[in-house]
Design a protein around this ligand. Structure first.
Ligand SMILES: CC(C)(COP(=O)(O)OP(=O)(O)OC[C@H]1O[C@@H](n2cnc3c(N)ncnc32)[C@H](O)[C@@H]1OP(=O)(O)O)[C@@H](O)C(=O)NCCC(=O)NCCS
Length: 331
């Protein structure tokens, strides 16, 4: 069976930088508190009127340029996000129209911080089956509209930023290169630990004035529970991915973890005995961009020339759901 590989990578971060000091003007927090607990120094926020599919469009253009392709070469779109333009239809449809690609198939993936890896797994399968040859996989978020910038929401508001990353997945000419395996997991018993419950379709009508009064339009998180589970599941799924490919931890040249919290990734790296510099981190500059974080990181690493043909990488993510996943790639 043909192997699938990443043929191009792109990213887009909105211009507007929001520092911890800027957040400190909106609610009680400090640069020291945020940096100590999360590593974040600043994040980017999209301007009013900008949709998730707009950020995705810029990242997709960058990925196409990197792959040396035109928009018309794309034959399928997979769009991972937790902040879609609208409740429906999916952001993939909006992006498809913006790219002038009417007619090709699009699907949205709603798996939060793990969404990009779920999307990559679907693209990998479609390519290996020969269904499509140039799949655009995007992770994009506009979090800044759905954060509660008051003391009540500050635990969540300091963590997230806006941004988009995109890759093109297609058949690999060299069978030794490409996506070796992807390992997907979820445990819905923890669904309420980190969620935004505004779409409560059991209520008739599903949004009422009370929904707003009770602050149910904002995400809620039990941070300590997320932290505990993340530092367990990230090493676990990395071990699973290594075993599936008969690899040892020392064989991996670079880890591209989801950027939820610098401390989570430091804990995970220490548990695995991996030097911290092998665990890529850019959360200091962007915060948590959820589905966007891994393709943004990949795009930066490539630009820095830190990835060479034949290198082994592991992408790993953990997030709301809970969901977690890892993907092993020979570049
Ligand atoms: C969010 C997180 C940084 C909070 O750190 P923590 O050490 O667990 O902090 P706590 O929630 O126990 O709060 C400690 C105190 O800081 C306060 N606090 C919360 N957010 C604050 C903020 N932004 N600035 C200042 N103080 C804050 C709390 O109110 C609490 O005050 P109290 O002791 O007077 O009650 C941490 O739990 C975390 O990173 N969890 C993982 C979150 C994550 O990665 N989510 C995304 C997953 S994809």
């Amino acid at each position: 069976m043909t192997r699938a590989r990443i043929l191009g990578v792109g990213r887009y971060l909105p211009e507007r930088r929001v520092t911890n000091f800027d957040l400190g003007k909106m609610f009680e927090t400090s640069d020291e508190w945020i940096q100590q607990r999360t590593g974040i120094v600043e994040r980017r926020f999209a301007e009013e009127g900008v949709y998730c599919s707009d950020l995705a469009l810029e990242a997709s253009r960058d990925a196409l340029k990197n792959a040396g392709m035109k928009a018309e070469d794309v034959d399928f779109i997979i769009f991972a996000t937790l902040s879609p333009d609208h409740h429906f239809p999916g952001s993939g449809c909006y992006l498809q129209a913006k790219m002038g690609l009417s007619g090709i198939g699009c699907m949205d993936i709603r798996n939060q911080c793990t969404g990009f890896l779920y999307g990559l797994a679907v693209a990998d399968s479609f390519v290996r089956l020969g269904m499509y040859k140039r799949i655009l996989v995007i992770g994009a978020e506009v979090h800044s509209s759905a954060l509660n910038f008051t003391n009540e929401g500050r635990d969540v508001a300091v963590l997230f930023g806006d941004g988009a990353g995109a890759v093109i997945v297609g058949p690999s000419e060299d069978p030794s290169r490409g996506i070796l395996s992807t390992h997907l997991h979820a445990d819905g018993r923890y669904a309420d630990i980190l969620r935004l419950e505004i779409w409560d379709i059991s209520k008739k009508p599903y949004i009422t004035p009370e929904t707003l009064e009770q602050g149910r339009i904002w995400p809620k998180m039990q941070g300590k529970e997320v932290f505990k589970m993340a530092v367990t599941k990230i090493p676990e799924v990395i071990e699973e991915a290594l075993q599936a490919n008969n690899l040892g931890i020392e064989d991996i040249d670079l880890f591209l973890p989801h950027q939820a919290n610098l401390r989570i990734n430091q804990f995970a790296a220490a548990r695995l005995g991996v030097p911290e510099e092998k665990f890529y981190s850019n959360i200091q500059r962007y915060g948590n961009t959820t589905a966007g974080s891994i393709p943004i990181a990949l795009s930066e690493v490539l630009e820095q020339g830190a990835l060479r043909e034949g290198n082994l990488i592991i992408m790993v993510a953990f997030g709301s759901g809970f969901t977690w996943a890892a993907s092993v790639i020979r570049w």
